[in-house]
Design a protein around this ligand. Sequence first.
Ligand code: NAD
Ligand code: UDP
Length: 337
Amino acid sequence: MRVLLTGGAGYIGSHTALVLTERGHEVLVVDNFSNSSPESVRRVEQLTNASIELIEADLADPEQAKRALEPLEFDAVVHFAGLKAVGESTEQPARYYRTNIDSTLNLLDIMRAKGVTKLVFSSSATVYGDPQYLPQDELHQTGVGVTNPYGWTKAMIEQIIRDVQVAWPELNAVILRYFNPVGAHPSGRIGEDPAGIPNNLMPFIAQVAVGKREKLMVFGDAYETSDGTGVRDYIHVMDLAEGHVAALEQAPSGVSTYNLGSGKGSSVLEVLRAFEKAVGRELPYEITAARAGDVAEMVADPAKANRELGWAVKRTLDEACADAWAWQSANPDGYGA
Ligand code: NAD
Ligand code: UDP
């Protein structure tokens, strides 16, 4: 297939570009580099010995989106492009709604005009809101108790995709609800390169390990979990990337929805210990107040993806830490260096 990756220069997109290319698919990337750099795509080309067409455009702008995508030929789209910082979305809600929703609407219009009927969308476990039960399967309620505009954009885009498919039944869309992506390609050549202070746990620990941050702040130790710290389902980004290949190759027609997670929960302190093992020394931390909007525990039930997509995670949290450390230590300033 010729697969267009929107936001393909980003963290998950670049790893997916690599895996798709290695699988023999042809990859095209469109990105406005608002949270990434073309260097990631160049490194994917080096790692795979393939060439990737890279187009710069803001997909939230209908004219730019049309100008960029209309001349291209592709059979399927994986739609990663969007803004993803939870805290920032609370401060700039209109920007988040406009960017994430407009880019999806523009993309769907262009796909329909071109007769491209295959879409994979990056959704998030955040659509489940406050967990009613664990582990969460795809039948868990969504759009109830979502605590920030970023999460709402994901819940709303899921609904937009379902509505568009009713009006355009040829559309085959796969909604992938990611749990917590971590790690990097084992080469250490591509990885997560957050701008400014990392919001997410593993990139923050990695920056403590490399000496860019003084210590990890552990957000709360009084949750009802094994050690009192928050529990999440961490998934190696290479496993996640392989989930997109499975979605493109195996998903049924119509709209289908899958959790991509490991099915295993790890606490903040367990992640810290695993990272310390990868680095070979202890890392400083301090217990601080819980973060507003955080839940105690989120764990995926990945059984549906296991069964219908023939996909399952293969990598452990220890491997994710080793790979994240290989990337961070070789690229302390990310792609900017
Ligand atoms: P990322 O920021 O690294 O990648 C997103 C890419 O989209 C970036 O390269 C950015 O420059 C590009 N982009 C943003 N706005 C654009 C626009 N208007 N036009 C064109 N390109 C644009 O983020 P990521 O971690 O790779 O996430 C990819 C997708 O997965 C996002 O939709 C995100 O919301 C979703 N997701 C991520 C996580 C996570 O923890 N990383 C979890 C669940 C869901
Ligand atoms: N966390 C933390 N310190 C940090 C960042 C995160 O203790 O600097 C905790 C957070 O409270 C949660 C877990 O680590 O329990 C994962 O947080 P992250 O922001 O990576 O993902 P999400 O909140 O989206 O699950």
